[in-house]
Design a protein around this ligand. Structure first.
Ligand code: NAD
Length: 246
């Protein structure tokens, strides 16, 4: 991370104050101990193919395996805490630099850090819903049923439940349309911690009039960004808030 890149990002945020949206991916939460998908060695993709385990097909064709894997991978995430990156973004929102946080993440850490306007385009881990009657329950209650039963069930009607996250093969939720609108109404999109390879969420980068990227590794959109800072989200975003004297 170069100080000149941090200054350039801070200047861009000043120029578009109040007209900027942030888009975050799994990389912003690795400093909270939650593995991302694609980091070599530590990313979930290094061990298994998430498409095989986290898809609508897996949920309905192999529900026992789905829940076993889901609880192992995401159970610990329920107690994760926000890191310096989430806290810096909440500070930028509070100070009026950004108006919306769009996130691919399901961990709820932006809200835990104090962000107010968050669009979760891949859903969230807070709740599950019944596949038959639609009743919602806290995720913690559903996971507490395991492993006594192979698949968590609805207290009311006894049918299986599903997580309120967007699985591979699911339709995108209304939050995705709202995210598109937020990007179209913004002058600047700041992308943080995403490999920008998961479609269609990654297409949001192409609707931005101005684009800034904070990521540890290069992304396919680096070439069209006004500013790129390669570094860890916590360090870079904290440095940006210091530059803006927040
Ligand atoms: P990804 O795994 O494809 O890419 C993560 C990117 O973040 C990589 O390019 C990596 O270089 C970068 N990165 C890792 N640690 C970083 C750090 N500390 N600071 C800055 N950059 C860092 O993630 P994606 O693009 O978000 O796609 C993965 C999909 O899986 C998304 O849909 C995401 O919601 C989901 N997912 C979510 C979580 C979560 O909720 N925390 C965790 C894993 C996967």
């Amino acid at each position: 991370m170069q100080q000149s890149e941090v200054q350039a990002l801070a200047n861009l945020l000043k120029r578009h104050r109040g007209q900027a949206t942030v888009f975050t991916g799994a990389g912003i939460s690795t400093e909270s101990g939650i593995p991302d998908f694609r980091s070599p060695g530590t990313g979930l993709w290094s061990h298994i193919d998430p498409m095989e385990y986290l898809s609508v097909d897996a949920l309905y064709a192999r529900p026992h395996n789905f829940w076993k894997y889901f609880s192992k991978v995401f159970g610990p995430t329920l107690d994760a805490q926000p890191n310096a990156g989430h806290i810096a973004l909440a500070a930028l929102e509070n100070a009026g630099y950004i108006h919306t946080v769009i996130t691919q993440n399901i961990d709820g850490l932006h809200q835990k850090a104090g962000a107010k306007k968050v669009l979760e385009v891949h859903g969230h881990l807070r709740t599950v819903r019944c596949n038959s009657c639609g009743r919602q329950y806290p995720m913690k209650e559903a996971l507490a049923q395991l492993p006594k039963v192979p698949v968590p069930r609805c207290d009311d009607c006894g049918h299986s439940v599903r997580p309120d996250v967007v699985l591979f093969g699911d339709m995108m939720p209304p939050a995705f349309t709202q995210a598109l609108q937020a990007v179209e109404q913004s002058q600047l999109v700041l992308m943080v911690g995403s490999s920008l390879t998961v479609s269609p969420a990654n297409t949001l980068a192409f609707y931005a009039s101005h684009l800034a990227i904070v990521n540890r590794d290069p992304t396919p959109a680096d070439g069209r960004a006004d500013v790129v800072v390669h570094g860890t989200a916590g360090q870079v975003l904290t440095a940006v808030t210091e530059e803006l004297k927040l």
